[in-house]
Write a protein that binds this ligand. Structure first.
Ligand code: HEC
Length: 209
């Protein structure tokens, strides 16, 4: 190999090496840029969805104490767990007209297009419920359907009072309910419930204590 030729080869090797290095450093720069982009978009996601859980699946939402408190109610059939507060038929009627009638109808007749059937007769008649405490618990936990958990205790007591008077369970247009008076009401249909033989409960559990 001549000196001339080998000089040429060294030059070529140098160019290739430089190019390779340049290429490498370029790839590194792109990778770095990509990492920055990823970091940026992650931080954007974080700021847009601050409550995303850090769990392994990357979806779901962490639930705060206030959110849990909205549903953390444990009301027993004897009234244990009923909250403080009170409400009367007038308050209940007012709330019902504003927040409930759109689905349940002005006279509890139900609005089928909204998915709600009558609460005044048939299988879903309020009168047929065994306990007033279930009515309170259900309304406060689940209604209004589009915004559950937003009713105050007073409003819920008022709604139960209104529904009991409207469906003829109690004949007193001035009925006011609180924890004690609500639990004291004996629903007319209570004795007509039977124990499912497969249930862990016994007839004794249904007795008033
Ligand atoms: C957006 C519609 C909607 C609104 C508003 C709404 N409900 Fe309901 N409610 C329903 C549906 C649907 C059911 C299930 C009814 C069914 O299966 O027939 C239901 C069930 C009930 C039940 C159980 C008895 C039954 O008929 O099954 C009660 C009690 C009740 N709602 C009370 C209320 C009260 C009180 C309000 C207002 C604070 C309210 N609802 C607001 C749609 C609504």
């Amino acid at each position: 190999m001549s000196v001339h030729k080998s000089k040429k080869m060294i030059t070529l090797a140098a160019i290739l090496a430089t190019g390779f290095m340049y290429g490498c450093s370029k790839i590194e720069t792109e990778a770095e840029a990509n990492q920055e982009e990823v970091a940026e978009s992650t931080s954007m996601q974080e700021s847009a969805m601050p409550q995303m859980s850090q769990g392994s699946f990357g979806f779901g939402q962490s639930v705060g104490a206030a959110e849990i408190a909205r549903y953390d109610s444990d009301i027993h059939t004897d009234g244990t767990g009923l909250p403080e507060g009170s409400g009367n038929v007038t308050l209940g009627r007012e709330i019902f007209e504003i927040q409930c009638a759109i689905c349940h109808g002005e006279n509890l007749e139900g609005v089928p297009e909204m998915g709600a059937r009558t609460m005044h007769e048939g299988r879903r008649d309020i009168k047929k419920l065994p306990y007033t405490s279930s009515l309170f618990d259900f309304i406060r936990r689940a209604m209004p359907l589009t915004d559950p958990g937003t009713l105050t205790n007073d409003e819920t007591y008022g709604l139960v009072a209104f529904l009991l008077v409207e469906t003829g369970v109690i004949d007193d247009p001035n009925l006011t309910l609180d924890a004690e008076s609500l639990a004291a009401i004996k629903m007319p249909n209570r004795a007509n419930f039977i124990i499912d033989p497969a249930s862990r409960f016994t007839a004794e559990d249904l007795e008033d204590k």
